[in-house]
Design a protein around this ligand. Structure first.
Ligand SMILES: NC(=O)c1ccc[n+]([C@@H]2O[C@H](COP(=O)([O-])OP(=O)(O)OC[C@H]3O[C@@H](n4cnc5c(N)ncnc54)[C@H](OP(=O)(O)O)[C@@H]3O)[C@@H](O)[C@H]2O)c1
Length: 227
């Protein structure tokens, strides 16, 4: 697959390193040519440095590894180059106090879609810290990390599912792009639990067999819940 990366920071490095290793053709696009050059060299595997526009033009999938505040402006600027492409959004629109900056308005993913209307925006990879994405692979208690993916275009979801597997994770269908805001809100909740409370966010959900009560594959949970 040809992958363009917008940004030369932590998420660009963490995710694109897996994709280079998986044999994809990766172009690292930065507004700072030196940073793009440095990251591409560090990755090796044929990764090439470029400007933002050239990276967008090169990719069948384009990862927006940009701060929330910059994403929509960059996508608007590159909208022609992004037309027909998969635009992969990993951003978290969080402000001080882990506040969701999109509260009451469109999600960050939706804002990207509005800025680049020809692109197929897919939300994924926003729920975990960069160091989790650097793991080879991210497996906990013998189970590969599950990665919820939200988007409206089937072909785009298939491509992103492949990229999730290349990171060593399992994709989980998270619904359409209208649900991307839920992933962003989940990140806001999780990060606040982890960072502010020191709480184990993984512990807040029951196992599937207990999740939906009796009649939903959850007899065990139903029995427990109802005495
Ligand atoms: N880090 C994490 O653990 C993590 C986890 C999940 C999701 N995320 C999300 O992933 C996204 C990227 O995070 P990150 O940690 O990779 O950030 P980062 O390390 O700060 O990198 C951000 C990149 O965006 C570039 N950039 C910033 N403003 C720009 C603009 N106006 N135009 C063009 N490029 C611009 C920066 O370029 P310069 O270097 O030139 O400033 C840099 O290359 C964020 O939305 C974040 O919420 C991060």
């Amino acid at each position: 697959m040809r992958i363009g990366v917008l940004g030369t920071g932590n998420m660009a490095q963490a995710l694109a390193t897996h994709w280079v290793r998986a044999g994809h053709e990766v172009v690292i696009g930065g507004r700072d040519a030196h940073k793009a050059e440095r990251l591409a060299t560090r990755m090796g595997g044929g990764a090439r440095p470029a400007g933002l526009r050239a990276a967008a033009e090169s990719g069948q999938v384009v990862l927006a590894a940009l701060p929330f505040g910059a994403g929509a402006d960059v996508a608007r600027e590159l909208r022609e180059a992004l037309a027909g492409k998969v635009l992969l959004d990993c951003s978290n629109p969080l402000g001080p106090g882990f506040r969701l900056l999109t509260e009451g308005g469109p999600s960050a993913a939706r804002r990207l879609a509005e800025a680049a209307p020809g692109a197929h925006v897919v939300k994924a990879f926003n729920l975990c810290h960069e160091d989790v994405w650097r793991m080879r692979p991210p497996v906990f208690d013998g189970r590969p990390l599950a990665v919820p993916v939200c988007g409206d275009d089937e072909a785009a979801l298939v491509r992103v599912g492949e990229l999730v597997r290349d990171v060593g994770c399992e994709p989980v269908a998270g619904g359409g792009l209208d649900r991307a805001g839920l992933l962003e809100a989940t990140a806001a909740l999780f990060i606040a639990l982890w960072v502010a409370e020191g709480a184990d966010a993984q512990a807040i959900a029951p196992p599937l067999a207990y999740a939906a009560g009796p009649g939903h594959g959850g007899e065990a949970g139903g029995a427990a819940a109802h005495g």
